[in-house]
Design a protein around this ligand. Structure first.
Ligand code: SF4
Length: 353
């Protein structure tokens, strides 16, 4: 019997498989490879995975990373992952009661310039539109390119099931939230991870979900600090606006100093005696739940003879101007072209900070 070596098992799992990331269910990686964007990228876990997998014959990770001073660094090459491209979505049956949460491109950035140039981003969006019924979670550090993409492809505005998020590792990158707000995504979220500094005065209006947590590093001793007061800052920011929040982990730095296991995630991710593991409610799900409750109510209380006699179809019929069952808009409209968007800084930080 042929036995798969561990590297290939990881590779197959990355086609579409259970993810260890707490806030998602599966990961789907039709494209792989990236380049360092900001300081939040310098310990990017995906570079280590890519290094481990790039040596396999036929691996999609070939050429995506190189070693610099013994550490993996992205080369900027973005490749198709043909297995994930061919098989993934068509075999994942939607579960209306509990849609799959799928992290799209955990080994890349869907709005990387190379992915956009090669039409990979467009292909992924078309695939998501073709296979509804799931929750597709996309996280980017390049929202300015995402906004351009949405402007060029208004057909994907408010695409049901697409959750679009930006990473904000410290105050300097909070501008990404303003750009995200201008993008017509059904659910918008912010990942404050790795949280590398205090976050204050950030506007979370229009944001549905926030994730936060400390850094996990492949070499544990290299993880950067995250302090409890920074966690409280984000928690209180979310609580003030009623934004759903998810405290993912303390990270290796805090964990090592406080006797926690590993990254200090799961049941250890407690702040002031409470876990925060909330999720947003997508409008499409809220509507489906309302329909379900209405149907349950209707079947549970059949009209009595008396009420049937007194009911008046004319009075209950919708007025001519009442909304029809046509497409529903959730109040998110495509931004006018006059919206001013801050661009990403042109100077790139050193990859090893
Ligand atoms: S954008 Fe994401 S995948 Fe790309 S280097 Fe940064 S952390 Fe890694």
């Amino acid at each position: 019997m042929a036995v798969l070596d561990p590297g290939w098992i990881v590779l197959l799992a990355l086609v579409v498989g259970a993810s260890k990331i707490e806030w998602t269910g599966d990961s789907w990686n039709p494209i792989v490879g990236c380049s360092i964007c900001t300081t939040g990228c310098s310990r990017c876990y995906a570079m280590w995975h890519a290094l481990r997998l790039s040596g396999k014959p036929g691996s999609p990770y070939r050429g995506t990373v190189e070693k610099v001073k013994g550490l993996p660094v992205w080369t900027g090459v973005v490749n198709w992952n043909s297995d994930a491209k061919r098989y993934a979505m068509r075999h994942l049956r939607p579960n209306p009661a509990r849609p799959h949460r799928i992290f799209v491109c955990s080994m890349s950035d869907l709005f990387h310039p190379e992915a956009l140039r090669q039409g990979m981003t467009l292909w992924v969006y078309r695939e998501m539109a073709r296979h509804p019924g799931h929750h597709y979670q996309i996280l980017t550090k390049r929202p300015e390119l995402a906004l351009e993409f949405y402007r060029e492809h208004p057909e994907f505005s408010c695409l049901p099931g697409v959750w679009l998020g930006v990473s904000v590792e410290h105050q300097d990158t909070a501008w990404r939230i303003d750009t995200l707000r201008a993008i017509p995504a059904e659910v918008r979220f912010v990942s404050f991870e790795p949280l590398l500094g205090p976050i204050a005065g950030v506007n979370l209006a229009g944001i549905d979900w926030a994730i936060y947590g400390g850094e996990s590093a492949n070499r544990v001793e290299r993880a950067r600090p995250m302090r409890p007061e920074w966690v409280r800052g984000v928690r209180d920011l979310c609580a003030a606006l009623g934004v759903a929040q998810f405290f993912k982990q303390w990270g290796h730095w805090y964990s090592r100093r406080n006797g926690l296991d590993g990254k200090g995630g799961g049941d250890q991710a407690v702040i002031d005696g409470r876990r925060w593991d909330e999720y947003p409610v997508a409008p499409a799900d809220a509507r489906r739940e309302m329909d379900r409750l209405r149907a349950a109510l209707a079947s549970a209380t059949p009209p009595s003879r008396a009420s049937a006699r007194t009911s008046c179809p004319r009075r209950t019929a919708p007025a001519a101007s009442a909304p029809t069952n046509g497409p529903v808009t959730y109040g998110r409209v495509f931004p006018p072209s006059s919206v001013t968007i801050r661009r990403a800084p042109t100077t790139r930080p050193s990859p090893r900070l």
